[in-house]
Design a protein around this ligand. Sequence first.
Ligand code: FAD
Length: 106
Amino acid sequence: PPDVETLGRSTWTLLHSIAASYPETPSQTQRSDLLSFVGLFSKLYPCWVCAEDFQGYMARQKPQVNSREEFSQWLCRAHNDVNKKLGKPQFDCSRWDERWRTGWKD
Ligand code: FAD
């Protein structure tokens, strides 16, 4: 299996990409699908300490799925929580769109 770092990098790419393609105004079905997805993801993620901590985070900070803006900012904060734990720099969530959706302008 891939190491925790390679797996993590790929997984954040997938999660932020899902957020980037999530509708601005999701239907009820899309909202409940996303909630189910992140819930199941947090149980199945094959780094067990990561999965456990992420479940703990979700219990404290409920996933927000009412719009792309809401979900992407929730996800950005969740990722920053892991960054903090690992001693990595905090990402500026006001630049989330640039990084994951519209592309850096430089
Ligand atoms: P990554 O953190 O993988 O980030 C990839 C890219 O995302 C960065 O280069 C940056 O451009 C961008 N980015 C960074 N922060 C944000 C943000 N807040 N919002 C949006 N974009 C951002 N590893 C462990 O050792 N222990 C753990 O407990 C652990 N838990 C994890 C839990 C989850 C749910 C996931 C998906 C991963 C977890 N990891 C854990 C892996 C860890 O988060 C990193 O993926 C790994 O250390 C590789 O880090 P990286 O420096 O390449 O950048």
